[in-house]
Design a protein around this ligand. Sequence first.
Ligand code: SAH
Length: 249
Amino acid sequence: MNPKVYLIGAGPGDPDLLTVKARRILRSADVILYDRLVSPEVLAAANPRAEFLYAGKHAGEQEAVQQWIFEQLTEHARRGRVVVRLKGGDPCVFGRGGEEWATLRERGIEVEMVPGVSSAIAVPGLAGIPLTYRGVSRSFAVITGHCCGETETDWTRYAGIDTLIILMGVSERARIARALIAAGRSAAEPAAFIERGSTPDERTVIATLGEIAAGRVNVEPPAVFVTGEVVRLRQRLHDCSCAPVALAC
Ligand code: SAH
């Protein structure tokens, strides 16, 4: 059998949001290399006899850890073990999943991709913020708030998209909000940060872009930053205790 690695999305944290396929493979895994955002509850759904290898990266050591990850994946896969590369959310949304997949293929290792529920879409939804809504939003974009030494994001490109979802945007939130306002979005536009979505510690902070730009909003990572008129729907969909006349409250 060819050496193989399963590239699996762990979802946003709640183990019930793992796909059936992810859960099945995790139960039979021999080796699991997991990232920082994979929750302990998700790891608890895996084969308890598996070898669990933490592959979280800290600033400054990314390249060394990435090298170590490839060595581990390659070595264990060549020994014929059931090897899982487990990443938060969906592996191919800002998780370097595609890049790892390409490198493994170059090394002659087969990759089976198992998509996951991405925090970009699921976390706002769980908080009562649908990304599209008839008459309110017909487009959305998912953007990184982290520029990783690459060229600065040109926020004018996103000014006309109804709903913007920014991942890894907590530390740069004031700068991003200022750039969005400068690009033509209203300072009164509602925005939300949802911290630790789908976990028992989930917390939502609502503010305007202007307040965020002024540095008046306290948030802790990991959080999804979502901005657009759909944020107003939260009150209607989520903060509502009256079942029969849902839309009136
Ligand atoms: N591949 C992941 C995203 C990786 S980038 C996915 O599809 O979800 C990491 C960023 O995702 C974090 O900085 C944060 O913005 C977001 N994130 C991931 N899990 C989250 C969660 N449970 N709650 C809030 N934000 C989350």
